[in-house]
Design a protein around this ligand. Structure first.
Ligand code: PEP
Ligand code: MG
Length: 579
């Protein structure tokens, strides 16, 4: 019997295939007897897993030491001490030898004993330490089982998981992944954005999918509407295949406008550019007709690596993107690590979205920052590159960045390297502080790019990853709309162009409104680019302004959304929109 689960469509497309259940939280350590002849190999597995775990922890500590109080890094050091505890390891090894049981089970049993002891203590501090012990135990077991986890992703499959990190999303995509389905997550979580970039359909926020679906179950996933069907009937499958075909036909018809300008019927020109995460997306941005790259999220260069890339490595990547997009422009965003995005060896923060993120990290780690600035400057010699600062909340951060940029220029001059001395530097307006101070920020920067993904979460006080509050993540909320209008007007008053690179820029329901508010640049994921261009080309700026004025008087998100939805359905009846 089929079961339908409603989630949130996070990456478009329809996927049909068998489920692979991926569970990171529940580290399972089943008991497995071993032969006496297997003892040495088992101990070797244990030792190399411990060595790997230690390496991982050292890396985390090295990074955290730069930022944390020595007292706080002690927690991490305590974890390493558990790994170096010769008595504990001696006990584990001797139990493998005498009891002839597999390494992960003995680790689970022996370290688990410590954990249970700590948990039974009345002291809160001991309970916290029990989590550390648990963390180390899981790390070792995961490292022992490493091989098995990867080999599970065989053939074409839909990954079903409680949650996925951006790193998981990228690493799994090296397999033949047809789709992602997760219990948690929101549309603008970075894992969701990455799956869109990777063109892997995804549905997030399904709450119960890991309980309902089993390994190998047949799954049909609709990334447009956010529906997931476990064990679909033949009828459901056919309906979904027809829908996939309908959407594909619409997308194919759009190829006719790839070479045309993003211009309204009354000749207002819009800079319509693409958001990319990987240099490999360059070709796709060309085929989709992008007039440049409005946001190159450089953090993806840090995924899956142990150390920070060298200046040369960064430069090679930026060079490829800059040359690949020439004569168009590329806006390289400085590393936006932290939040839900991975930093090399980041540490635990209880509120990562309000924590050490974006420009805050860069200014604290000026050595890494200067490395990225030099690499970026070196790639700017053809004068088609600008810099974008993430997570700005004070004017001082812009000034400090400019000072470091000047320092980087000086270093390159001393080395005799070429660069664009007038390189433009813009800021992401994605914190309420930057929005309110948009006029002062615009005075310091060359351009503004509105990051609605974060701006909405900070304005509405709604975690972009938390589906429990997803209905409050409202891009058409009057508070959000007024703020966007205010930012655009503030930028224009200072003669700066104002763009948007948050996901809202790529939502066809929002296009007319943003156009009418006077937005100069839309930077969108390449998949939706032709659709947005089609809307621009069939609109009149004059009418869009009237629409924006009207929407700005509305008091609820629902009213604004329904009004805009009706307009766009009327303008382009064949457009595939989902409620
Ligand atoms: C944003 O916040 O809108 C944005 C474009 O940045 P990111 O999604 O990478 O945080
Ligand atoms: Mg952001």
């Amino acid at each position: 019997m089929e079961t339908i689960i409603k989630g949130i469509g996070a990456a478009p497309g329809i996927a049909i295939g068998p489920a692979t259940i991926y569970s990171k939280q529940a580290v399972r350590a089943q008991i497995k007897p071993i032969e006496p002849g297997e003892v040495e190999a088992e101990i070797e597995r244990l030792r190399s897993a411990i060595a790997r775990s230690e390496k991982e922890l050292q890396k985390i500590i090295a990074f955290a030491q730069q930022k944390l109080d020595p007292d706080d890094t002690k927690i991490l050091e305590a974890q390493i001490m558990i790994l170096a505890d010769t008595i504990l390891l001696g006990t584990i090894e001797s139990r493998i030898r005498t009891e002839l049981k597999n390494a992960e089970f003995v680790v689970f049993d022996e370290i688990g004993r410590y954990k249970r002891l700590m948990l039974s203590a009345p002291d809160e501090y001991m309970h916290e330490r029990a989590h550390d012990v648990d963390d180390v135990m899981n790390r070792i077991i995961r490292n022992i089982q490493d091989q098995k986890l990867v080999s599970k992703m065989e053939g074409e499959t839909i990954v079903v998981s409680e949650a996925l990190t951006p790193a998981d999303t990228v690493i799994f995509s090296r397999n033949k992944i047809l789709g992602y389905a997760t219990d948690t997550g929101g549309v603008t979580s970075h894992a969701a954005i990455l799956s869109r970039s990777l063109k892997i359909p995804a549905v997030v926020g399904l709450r119960t999918v890991t309980r309902i679906a089993h390994q190998g179950d047949s799954i049909a996933l609709d990334g447009y509407s956010g529906l997931l069907v476990v064990n679909p009937t033949e009828e459901t499958l056919q309906a979904l295949q027809r829908k996939a075909q309908r959407f594909k036909d619409f997308e194919e018809r759009l190829t006719e406008i790839v070479g045309l300008a993003a211009e309204t019927l009354d000749h207002r020109h819009i800079e319509l550019s693409a958001n990319i995460e990987f240099e490999e997306e360059l070709e796709f941005t060309h085929t989709q007709g992008a007039a440049g790259i409005g946001l190159f999220r450089t953090e993806s260069q840090l995924i899956g690596r142990s150390g920070f890339p060298s200046e040369e490595e960064l430069y090679i990547t930026y060079r490829k993107v800059v040359d690949g997009i020439y004569p168009h422009n590329v806006i390289i965003r400085l590393f936006d690590v932290g939040g839900d995005k991975l930093a090399p060896g980041s540490f635990h923060e209880s509120n990562p979205f309000l924590g050490w993120r974006g420009i805050r990290v860069l200014l604290d780690r000026s050595d890494l920052f200067l490395t990225q600035l030099r690499a970026t400057l070196r790639a700017s010699d053809r004068k088609n590159l600008s810099i974008l600062i993430p997570m700005v909340s004070t004017v001082r951060e812009i000034r400090q960045t400019k000072e470091l940029l000047e320092q980087a220029k000086g270093e390159l001059r001393a080395r005799g390297e070429a660069f664009d001395p007038n390189i433009k530097i813009g800021i992401m307006v994605e914190t309420p502080a930057a929005a309110v101070l948009a006029d002062q920020m615009a005075a310091e920067a060359d351009f503004l790019s509105i990051g609605t993904n974060d701006l909405i979460q900070y304005m509405m006080a709604v975690d972009r990853d938390n589906m429990a509050v997803a209905p409050l993540y409202q891009q058409f909320n009057p508070a959000v709309l007024r703020t966007i209008k205010m930012i655009i007007d503030a930028g224009h008053k200072k003669n700066r162009w104002v763009g948007m690179c948050g996901e809202m820029a790529g939502d066809p329901v929002a296009t007319l409104l943003l156009l009418g508010m006077g937005l100069d640049e839309f930077s969108v994921i390449p998949t939706v680019l032709p659709e947005i261009k089609k809307i621009i080309r069939t609109s009149r700026f004059k009418d869009a302004k009237r629409v924006a004025d009207k929407v700005l008087t509305m008091t609820t998100e629902q009213e604004a959304r329904e009004y805009l939805l009706a307009l766009i359905r009327n303008q382009i009846p064949e457009i595939p929109l989902e409620p």
